[in-house]
Design a protein around this ligand. Structure first.
Ligand code: CP
Length: 307
């Protein structure tokens, strides 16, 4: 089986079978990454452009490493030091990178829908590396891969996603992916971050952290996205931590073998205590490592559709 599209824009638009195929392909690439020679010639002669209009540490470097492991040439464009600051439009920038020979454009943008717009307007494959508050599909795929690795499968898992759901593209992509694959999802946070309308996504909502964590297999903490919200969502960071911060006492409500996840970057002492983030239950750095294999799979599979 293959992906249906030359692009990966959203988890909402792909099937459970396609998600399964990406994860299987990623497992093969994870084996490659364990070898002495971690590189394969699969995409030799291709060019990947990382076009990031928002800051990133994990996603941008992970796509760069993934592309290099597949033997593509990689061009990184940080928009803060590009002609974007002179007023160049997104489409003109994209057409310029195509003229430079790009086969795959990986884009992060603060506006939801930007990758979709680009995919409709250029021939290269487009991969969404996070668009506004909409989706972050490769983050959800690496999260699924990490859950599978630690829990054996996704079907039937009880997964709690905690925090700023409203502004989180990571939460949205994970909700779509987990519900498609048969997991049960609980969303936990203050009512301002977990509005009732989210029930329509087939999830359970909790405002009480202890009740929401009872018996879960996976605790996925989210960053408070201070850059995407005005004031008034919660009184103070201290009060937020008191009510919704993940402490060792709260972890004890989950199953004994529950794992702790966070997409990063973390706000230590606001949404998660350091003793939890650095504990043996934390798989946060496994998520980062697995991101390389998952992004290799995505780059490889979208290239195949294009050809
Ligand atoms: N998880 C994530 O998207 O991290 P970065 O913002 O560092 O890429």
């Amino acid at each position: 089986m293959n992906l249906r599209s030359k692009d990966l824009i959203s988890i909402k638009d792909i099937s459970a079978d396609e998600i399964g195929h990406i994860l299987e392909t990623a497992a093969g690439f994870k084996d490659v990454l364990g070898r002495d020679i971690k590189k394969v010639p699969a995409l030799r002669g291709k060019t990947t452009v990382n076009l990031f209009y928002e800051p990133s540490t994990r996603t941008r470097t992970s796509f760069e490493v993934a592309a290099k492991r597949l033997s593509t040439d990689v061009i990184n464009i940080a928009t803060s030091t590009s002609s974007v600051v002179k007023g160049e439009t997104l489409l003109d920038t994209a057409k310029t990178v195509l003229a430079l020979g790009a086969d795959i454009v990986v884009i992060r943008h603060k506006c939801s829908g930007t990758p979709h717009f680009l995919a409709r307007n250029i021939d290269a494959s487009v991969v969404n590396a996070g668009d506004g508050t909409n989706e972050h599909p490769t983050q959800a795929l690496l999260d699924l891969f990490t859950m599978k690795e630690h829990k054996g499968g996704i079907q039937g898992l009880e997964v709690a996603i905690v925090g700023d759901i409203l502004h989180s593209r990571v939460a949205k992509s994970n909700i779509y992916a987990l519900t498609k694959l048969g997991a049960k999802v609980r969303l936990i946070g203050p009512p301002t971050f977990v509005p009732d309308c989210l029930k329509g996504l087939g999830v359970d909502l909790y405002t009480d952290m202890n009740a929401g964590l009872e018996g879960v297999d996976v605790i996925m903490m989210l960053r408070i996205q201070l850059e995407r919200q005005g004031k008034g969502f919660f009184p103070s960071t201290q009060e937020y931590f008191r009510n919704w911060g993940l402490t060792a006492a709260r972890v004890s409500r989950a199953k004994k073998d529950a794992i702790i996840m966070h997409p990063g970057p973390m706000n230590r002492g606001i949404e998660i205590a350091s003793e939890v983030a650095d504990s043996s239950r934390s798989v946060i750095l496994d998520q980062v490592t697995n991101g390389i294999a998952v992004r290799m799979a995505v780059l490889y599979l979208v290239s195949g559709v294009r050809e």
